[in-house]
Ligand binder design. Structure first.
Ligand SMILES: *Cc1c(COP(=O)(O)O)cnc(C)c1O
Length: 389
């Protein structure tokens, strides 16, 4: 992928984050098809919270709507309001639910709150009466996460008093899995059985249980609607196994300066790395202010011209140092491109080095990067003969 064309605004950027929209679309189609594998009409939503896991909800939302995605989830109402501007029609569900006093904002922007407890249900029902509208609602059942959602007692109350929902249209009953990335964990089956018991007692509404990894637990977990987030953006839903998804992000950062140092010299704050031999050190335009975690110092590597190059010393706010002693000098001149994320080092691998998960790597992706949307499936540029170059 060339990012150095003379007319490319990325020319002056210190760091370029490329987001492959073709890969996101293909990942969504793959998950949708997994839901349809048994012939039941399972729908596939898209979870776009945290700016579509750092990839840009305002771009990814319309992209997936064009692919046929008809339902969207965000966490915050503000995310829903922003998404509504680019997606005028489809349902947008707000997972964090209804904060007191925000009912009018939900109605104004036609957002659907995920109702997490009886208080929210009562408030939403009162809003339906006040605005004289049959408002859509999602009921979130807690089957074991113990964060948000109707607990067992409130759920039983709702089953006994379905009239509590009068005036609302129950658009979805959902629950969320605790450990879906561990297929052999018995909590999966326990949550499945609690969810089944509840939806049997509340017939008629569409149902949803599976996040990305949950989809791979099999059709029992699919219900009517899949709710993938991570897998859309290339995060491996099957830890420890080959990633069935296409990688989405590439992060390329430029060398700012390369210098020669003697043996036994330290590099960076705190002298946290010391050269064992005369060394060449390159400093690149990246730091913890860009979401490159500070604990990656002395603990990960980057790629440069076919070489694996260690990250050395502390991560600074805006700078990272790498040991390029074994890279030919011609390949580490100022302006040269270093691969931070890409084919050699995926967000899942970087997450391992940082002792976190790829979700955090993705959602921390910096706001200072030049963002380039690309499409690996777009036709190759044609040369003058009209043949692909
Ligand atoms: C974030 C979230 C999802 C998506 O989960 P992934 O593991 O990213 O696929 C689905 N449902 C709920 C309730 C969520 O909070």
């Amino acid at each position: 992928m060339s990012i150095l064309a003379d007319d490319d605004p990325a020319r002056r950027a210190g760091a370029i984050l490329s987001i492959d929209l073709g890969a996101i679309a293909a990942n969504w189609r793959g998950l949708r098809d997994a839901g349809r594998a048994t012939g039941r009409p399972v729908d596939c939503a898209a979870v776009l919270k945290a700016d579509a896991y750092g990839t840009g909800a305002a771009v990814v939302g319309p992209l997936l709507a064009a692919e046929g995605c008809r339902q969207f989830f965000v966490a915050h109402i503000e995310e829903g309001i922003a998404l509504r501007r680019v997606l005028p029609e489809p349902p947008i569900y707000v997972l964090n639910g209804l904060l007191p006093g925000t009912e009018g904002d939900f109605v104004e922007h036609r957002l659907v709150p995920v109702l997490n407890h009886l208080g929210q249900l009562n408030a939403w029902r009162a809003a339906a009466q006040r605005f004289n509208l049959a408002l859509d609602a999602v009921v979130h059942l807690d089957t074991g996460m113990h964060r948000l959602g109707f607990g067992a007692e409130d759920a039983q109350f709702l089953i006994n008093e379905r009239g509590r929902l009068r005036g609302l249209r129950l658009a979805l009953i959902m629950s969320h899995l605790v450990s879906s990335e561990e297929p052999s964990n018995p909590i999966n089956g326990e949550q499945l059985s609690r969810f089944r018991t509840f939806v049997r007692a509340m017939p008629g509404a569409p149902t949803s249980l599976a996040n990305s990894s949950g989809i791979f637990l099999g059709p029992d977990y699919h219900f009517d609607l899949l709710r993938p987030g991570a897998a859309l953006y290339g995060i491996n839903p099957l830890p420890g196994q080959p990633n069935p998804m296409l990688e989405v992000v590439t992060l390329q950062v430029r060398i700012l300066q390369t210098r020669q140092i003697d043996a036994f010299q330290t590099v960076g704050y705190g002298g946290a790395w010391r050269s064992a031999r005369p060394s060449r050190i390159a400093t690149i335009a990246l730091g913890y202010a860009d979401g490159y975690f500070r604990n990656l110092g002395n603990r990960t590597f980057v790629h440069l011209a076919g070489h694996t190059v260690p990250v050395i010393g502390r991560i600074s706010m805006d700078l990272v140092t790498i040991d390029v002693t074994d890279v030919p000098e011609a390949d580490c001149q100022p302006g040269a491109i270093v691969e931070i994320l890409g084919p050699h080092l995926t967000p899942d691998i970087l997450a391992d080095h940082a002792r976190t998960n790829a979700y955090e790597v993705m959602t921390a992706l910096g706001r200072r990067y030049h963002r380039a949307y690309v499409d690996r499936f777009a036709e190759a540029p044609a040369d003058e003969t009209g043949e692909p170059a």
